[in-house]
Every structure is written in C-alpha cells, then in structure tokens.
Design a binder for this molecule. Structure first.
Ligand SMILES: [Zn+2]
Length: 245
C-alpha cells in the first residue's frame, strides 16, 4: 500500500514538526522564571539603594540631635561657670574658673565641628538618595513593563502549547501503531528530537552520510518505512527535493 506509507510518512513529518515546536516552546518557558527574577533583582537593587540611603540619613540626623543636646549641656555648664566666676573671692579661684570655662568651650567647639561634619554628610547622602530615586523613577516603569511583557509572552506560549499538544494528539491518533512505535523508539535516542528526515541526492538529511545505492532505489518505491543504516533515523525519499535537482 504505497499511498498509505506516503500518508504515514507525511503524518510523522507533521508530528515531528509539532513536537519540535513544543520542545522549543518549553525551552522558552523554562527561561521565563530566570528572566523575571533578573528583572525583580534589578528593581530591588534600585529600591535598596534608595532605602539604605534614607536609613543612613536618619542615623546621621539622630547623631546630630544627640550632639546638639550635648552642646546644650556644655553651654549650660559654661553659663554656670561664668556665673560662679562673678562671685569668686580669690585670684586662684578666678584663674581656675577661667580654665574651667576654657576647657568647656573647647569641648563645645569640638561638638560644633562634629555637628557641622554630620550636616555635610547628610547633604552628601541626600544628594545620593535623590540620584538613586531619580534612577529608580526612570527605570522602574521600564523594568515593570518588560516583566509584564515577558509574562504576557509566556502566557501566549502556554496557550500555543495547549494547541500544539492537541495537534500532536490528533496526529498520533492517525498514525499506525507500528510506525508510531518506530518513530518513538528512534526519537528517544536522538538528543535533537529528529527521528525522521528526508534523503536528497542520496544523502541522509539527519546524519549527512550517503545512503547505499540499492537502498536509495528501494526508498523511491515508498512501499515501507526504512531506517538510515548510519543514524537509524526513519528516512524517506523527498520527492519535491529530488525532482528539483
Ligand atoms: Zn542518517
């Protein structure tokens, strides 16, 4: 039944096309999770930079407030010492009072310097937060849009996959059990999933090795399924290809 073998070959070729598409789609889908995680990480990096900058400013502000309170305490003590100085009796007491005020004033200016340095740090940190925030504002929309597009593509791929699986089932239902079993057996051994391929110009399309002339002649009769003696793939005579040569 040559016409039946022709039909079986045509169905197997179609099945292989669908199965290879399924394989490619599954590979694409397997990359989706990694890609969205990558985009999430990018967004998180910007957000973290802004958040940690803000936390740093908060910490600096707290330190400045503590220093300001220390300064007030020192200034209070200076005032008290100045008051005491007005009522001292001896020169010795006066000198020691002056020294106390000098010492306290030195501590006070040291604190003032620290406050100024802290305020400068706040300024630098604020500029950096502003910069990170601007980058976040500019990038967040793009990153979210890309993630949405990746997920949308994945959803479409999943729907296509359903359709392809249905097509594959419909095709396998029409293929003779023996032919299908042979196809499955060969396919299981082939890493690239190609189990059936045409022969043109006496060369196997799967392994590119020459087919023996006797077999090539038999192939043209299309009366039964044959395997490539080299790679075992199911081979068929590609009428269209061979005619055009
Ligand atoms: Zn071969």
């Amino acid at each position: 039944m040559p016409s039946n073998i022709r039909q079986q070959i045509s169905l197997l070729v179609k099945l292989q096309e669908v199965e290879l598409s399924i394989q490619r789609t599954l590979l694409d889908l397997s990359r989706v999770e990694g890609r969205t995680a990558e985009l999430d990480a990018q967004l998180c990096e910007f957000e973290t930079a802004v958040e940690s900058g803000k936390a740093h400013i908060l910490e600096l502000s707290k330190r400045i407030r503590a220093l300001e309170s220390d300064l007030q305490t020192v200034q209070g003590r200076v005032e008290k010492s100045q008051e005491k100085l007005r009522s001292v009796k001896t020169n010795k007491e006066y000198q020691s009072g002056l020294k106390e005020i000098d010492d306290l004033s030195a501590i006070g200016s040291k604190i003032e310097d620290e406050i100024l340095a802290g305020m400068e740090q706040v300024e630098v940190a604020s500029a950096s937060v502003k910069d990170h925030q601007a980058r976040l504002n500019a990038q967040a929309g793009l990153i979210r849009a890309e993630k949405e597009s990746v997920l949308r593509d994945a959803e479409q791929a999943r729907r296509r996959l359903e359709g392809m699986r249905a097509d594959a089932t419909a095709l396998t239902d029409r293929i003779a059990a023996e032919a299908l079993a042979l196809y499955r057996r060969v396919k299981a051994k082939k890493a690239n999933g190609v189990a059936i391929c045409p022969v043109s110009a006496e060369v196997c399309g799967g392994c590119h090795v020459n087919i023996p002339p006797q077999m090539y002649n038999e192939l043209q009769r299309v009366d039964r399924l044959k395997n490539c003696p080299n790679c075992e793939r199911i081979i068929y005579w590609d009428e269209d290809q061979n005619r055009s040569e």
